[in-house]
Design a protein around this ligand. Structure first.
Ligand code: T5A
Length: 210
């Protein structure tokens, strides 16, 4: 784990649909507030006016049939803007960054789910991010049926949520494989448990961090 409390940290939250990222974001913010840490909260795709417009394009119905390569490049176009306009400036000013999804989502969804070439994704990552990587990533992990059931109760499915279980099983497997490759950065949280239990797992990670 990158424990360097005198440096602003770049924290990302990852996981498949409905695992509880939005629900736990508020809890993470309360931990940062409690520790008196200055931070910004942001999300992907999105985080800038252009990024939010691209989010609507990516998640909505208007361009439902876009090619997988187009989808990949729009994710990175939104990310390039986000990194240049929001993430790098915040870190340079000493603010921590709390981001709902980042490049691990691209590996999981476009690489795992859509089965695009991982090396191509790595090439785009290097081009767009240079040496910028999250310091800590919380991976909320739960079986696909649990996430689907939770997400289904909440709202109409977006373009990704309409994918089949096989897609989301590949997404989950890709996330878990990445966590295995980078155990210091990616902390797996068992999100199938109740919210109190999930939050105590998150607190344990933050107790080591703050
Ligand atoms: N995407 C994104 C890519 O394909 N490539 C990329 O590079 C990027 C950046 C973004 C979509 O874009 C894709 C991935 C996504 O499909 P999104 O809105 O960020 O969309 O992601 P979603 O996963 O769709 O977010 P959701 O809001 O659906 O899921 P959350 O935030 O994980 O779940 P949340 O917190 O809304 O919880 C869902 C329900 O479950 C309950 C909550 O109360 C809520 O009702 N809940 C629990 N219930 C019981 N026990 C728990 N532990 C619970 N935790 C939450």
């Amino acid at each position: 784990m990158n424990n360097k409390s005198n440096q602003p940290l770049f924290i990302t939250l990852e996981g498949s649909e409905g695992v509880g990222k939005t629900s736990n974001l508020e809890y993470i913010k309360s931990l940062l507030d409690g520790a008196g840490i200055e931070y910004i909260e942001t999300r992907e795709p999105g985080g800038t006016p252009l990024g939010e417009a691209l989010r609507n394009t990516l998640l909505g119905e208007d361009f439902k049939g876009m090619s997988d390569d187009t989808e990949l490049m729009l994710m990175f176009a939104a990310r390039a803007e986000h990194v240049a306009q929001v993430i790098r400036p915040a870190l340079e000013q000493g603010q921590w960054v709390l981001c709902d999804r980042f490049t691990d989502s691209t590996y999981a969804y476009q690489g795992g789910g859509r089965q695009l070439d991982m090396d191509r994704i790595a090439g785009l990552e290097q081009w767009v991010l240079g040496d910028l990587r999250p310091d800590i990533t919380l991976l909320l992990d739960a079986p696909v049926d649990i996430g689907r059931e939770r997400a289904g109760k909440r709202s109409e499915p977006d373009r990704f949520e309409q994918e089949r279980d096989a897609f989301f099983n590949r997404v989950r497997e890709t996330y878990l494989a990445r966590a295995k490759q980078e155990p210091d950065r990616i902390k797996v949280i068992d999100a199938s448990k109740d919210l109190d239990n999930v939050q105590s797992q998150i607190k344990e990670v933050f107790d080591n961090l703050i």
